[in-house]
Design a protein around this ligand. Structure first.
Ligand SMILES: [Zn+2]
Length: 151
């Protein structure tokens, strides 16, 4: 079974001695089954060398190839800008994550302190209640100085 593979983007070859980009068929000579390529100049799709050869003679393609280096430069600049922004974003995310963690740890500490204080307060309330009962018992016999304990 043949899989319908996504067409690959055609890119011209760079010729360093002339410092230009040149058309070169992406297919091996005489091959019959080829990967489909899309030319970015107008979206033309081809999978055979003869189709490629006639496409590169079109004016649209020639103009595209002439401007390829310049367009590519802008694209590369945009890409490196995007990479810088991505790197900065990663650093900021890491910093934010650290702050989040510190904040979370502080919150956990506070929660522990609060629950400890709540326990203490409960103990104190219970103790106060016990003392009040005790004092009320005493008050029955003796009007002592502890009458303001309940306030
Ligand atoms: Zn083209």
């Amino acid at each position: 079974m043949e899989l319908a593979t996504k067409p690959e983007k055609y890119t011209p070859k760079y010729n360093p001695s002339k410092d230009i980009f040149e058309d070169e068929s992406p297919f091996p000579p005489y091959s019959k089954k080829n990967q489909t390529y899309t030319c970015p100049c107008n979206g033309y799709q081809f999978c055979k060398t003869n189709l490629f050869n006639s496409h590169i003679k079109s004016n649209t393609h020639k103009n595209w190839l002439e401007n390829y280096k310049e367009n590519n430069k802008e694209l590369n600049d945009a890409k490196s800008n995007a990479n810088i922004l991505l790197a900065e974003n990663t650093i900021l995310k890491r910093k934010l994550n650290n702050i989040d963690n510190k904040y979370r740890i502080e919150l956990e500490k506070k929660d522990k302190i609060i629950s400890k204080l709540e326990k203490e307060a409960n103990k104190y309330t219970n103790l106060k209640r016990c003392m009040k009962i005790f004092m009320d018992d005493i008050d029955d016999d003796d009007d002592a100085n502890f009458s303001d304990v309940s306030s």
